[in-house]
Design a protein around this ligand. Structure first.
Ligand SMILES: O=C(O)c1ccc[n+]([C@@H]2O[C@H](COP(=O)([O-])O)[C@@H](O)[C@H]2O)c1
Ligand SMILES: Cc1cc2nc[nH]c2cc1C
Length: 350
């Protein structure tokens, strides 16, 4: 695998900033620890952002879109044309992520890596076309190594744009009919799990559909068994362009020192790959929410974590991560604006 850049280690969070932030939390007018997870969030963000006053004001969202050859196996409740249609809807302002981005004052860009139907040109849509979808991975690898390299680079390019705009936080979203099948296959390869343990309804398969989907993934894992031990090769064999782009973005964020809010099931599969490829990447990956997709919990556990939210969401697009931004903003406001005991003339506890 030629993608050596993926294996460079992550930046180190700044222990001094985190320590100062923790000490500051101890001086604020509340019993120590009374703001619970909001305190740890502010302290973690201070360490990641290397500053005493953490911020989640400038949020950058890139939604990566692509189609999946494995959709031909009947693994989704929706037709593939929906991928391109939803990208157009996101650009026009009508999708959940469009509304969330607008409400947050976040930057939203859409990166089209390759769909079967055409996405009309729009200033928000950036073409990074690799192919009109991946190949059906029950028949061969989803993508060639050169295609994987392109997808990974598209993710890193988005992070460079986010950083150039001074983003405090990066959110990667995805859109791709069939991508819960690819994400499940990638997670099975990385976690050494059976499809039946991680598979779920995605956009809305019934029980028989979920069983069929598990069988399709079993078939793919058997076909590619010889290559699945290497995380990048697993992406090429059973991943998708948008999953690979998310992996590239997460690795780039970790290496460049930009905190990430990870979204749902598909994004977390990409985060698992990023964490395997890039030592120290996990520190940069804040887990936003637990998806209703049943396998998500096991994937989150492998990344060490409880999530900020658990609202039964299962949309993707970056919507769960965007929904967690107000919590981060509140954690920062409390950290940055509360009075200390000394300032307020309040007696400290013992
Ligand atoms: O993020 C999640 O947890 C999530 C869970 C289920 C479905 N999705 C979205 O639904 C699409 C994939 O579902 P499917 O059934 O076509 O594999 C894709 O566009 C995802 O963004 C997303
Ligand atoms: C309508 C629709 C919107 C989506 N957003 C993310 N995945 C999606 C899948 C469908 C089907």
């Amino acid at each position: 695998m030629t993608e050596d850049w993926l294996r460079a280690p992550a930046a180190l969070p700044d222990a001094d900033s985190a320590e100062l932030a923790a000490a500051h939390q101890g001086r604020l007018t509340k019993p120590a620890g009374a703001l619970g997870g909001l305190e740890t969030l502010a302290v973690r963000l201070a360490g990641l952002q290397r500053r005493s006053q953490p911020a989640a004001d400038r949020v950058w969202i890139t939604v990566f879109a692509a189609d999946h050859g494995v959709a031909a196996a009947g693994v989704s409740a929706f037709p593939q044309a929906v991928t391109a249609q939803m990208v157009a809807n996101m650009a026009a302002g009508g999708a959940a992520i469009s509304v969330l981005a607008q409400a947050l004052g976040a930057e939203l860009e859409l990166v089209n890596l390759g769909t079967v139907a055409e996405v009309p040109a729009h200033p928000r849509v950036r073409d990074a076309l690799i192919a009109p979808g991946t190949a059906d991975f029950t028949q061969g690898p989803a993508m060639a190594d050169a295609e994987l390299a392109e997808a990974l680079a598209a993710g890193a390019d988005a992070v460079a744009r986010a950083q150039a705009q001074g983003a405090d936080l990066f959110i990667g979203g995805e859109m791709g009919i069939g991508n819960t099948t690819a994400a499940t296959a990638v997670a099975c390869a990385l976690l050494d799990a059976r499809p039946a343990e991680l598979v779920g309804p995605g956009t809305g398969l019934d029980a028989a559909g979920v069983e069929r989907k598990a069988a399709v993934i079993e078939q793919a894992l058997a076909l590619h068994a010889g290559r699945l031990a290497d995380p990048a090769a697993a992406l090429a064999c059973v991943g998708g362009f948008e999953i690979a782009a998310l992996t590239g973005a997460y690795v780039a964020c970790a290496q460049r020192g930009l905190p990430v809010l990870v979204d749902g099931f598909i994004s977390t599969a990409a985060a698992l790959v990023a964490a395997r490829l890039c030592a120290g990447a996990e520190a940069w990956l804040l887990l936003s929410h637990r998806s209703a997709e049943p396998g998500h919990a096991a994937m989150l556990a492998a990344l060490g974590g409880p999530t900020l939210l658990d609202l039964g969401m299962r949309l993707g697009e970056g919507s769960g991560a965007a929904t967690a931004v107000p919590l981060l903003r509140l954690a920062c406001a409390l950290h940055n604006e509360m009075a200390t005991f000394a300032q307020a003339g309040v007696a400290a506890g013992r």
